[in-house]
Design a protein around this ligand. Sequence first.
Ligand code: HEC
Length: 112
Amino acid sequence: MRSLLMRVPALGLILACGVAAVASDRLDEGQAAYQTYCADCHDTGKMEAPVTNKPGDWVNRSQLWDAVLFEHAEKGYLGMPPKGGADIASNYEVKAAAEYMVTITHPQMPHD
Ligand code: HEC
C-alpha cells in the first residue's frame, strides 16, 4: 500500500505533462480504478494482457475506437474477463479505468 501511494505523485506528474487537456478528475478516478481492478494483469502482461503504457502491445487492437475497447472492458473479450473479473466494479469505474489505460498508452491519440 505504501509503495502504491509513493508512486502516485510521480505518475501524476507524468500525466500532467502528457495529457493536460484531458479532464484530470476523471483520469484520477480512472487511475484509482485501474490500480484496484486492472493493474494485476495490465501492468505485468499476465495471461498475455496488453501492457498499459507499452504502445507496441496495443498495435493490433482497436486503438482508434475507444468505444470498442470500453465495451470489451465491460463485457469481456477473449482472454479478458468482463470487468477484469471484478464483479463489484461499477460500469463507470471500468470505463474510467479503460480510458485511463488508453490515454496513458497513447497520449498523442485523439480520444472520443
Ligand atoms: C485477469 C487478468 C485481467 C484483468 C484483471 C484485466 N484484464 Fe483486460 N485483458 C486481459 C487479457 C488477457 C486481455 C487480452 C485479451 C485478448 O485479446 O485475448 C485483455 C484485454 C483488455 C483490453 C483490450 C480489448 C481489445 O478489444 O483488444 C482492454 C481495453 C482491457 N483489457 C481493459 C481492462 C480493464 C479496464 C480492466 C480493469 C477493470 C482489465 N482489463 C482487467 C486480462 C485482464
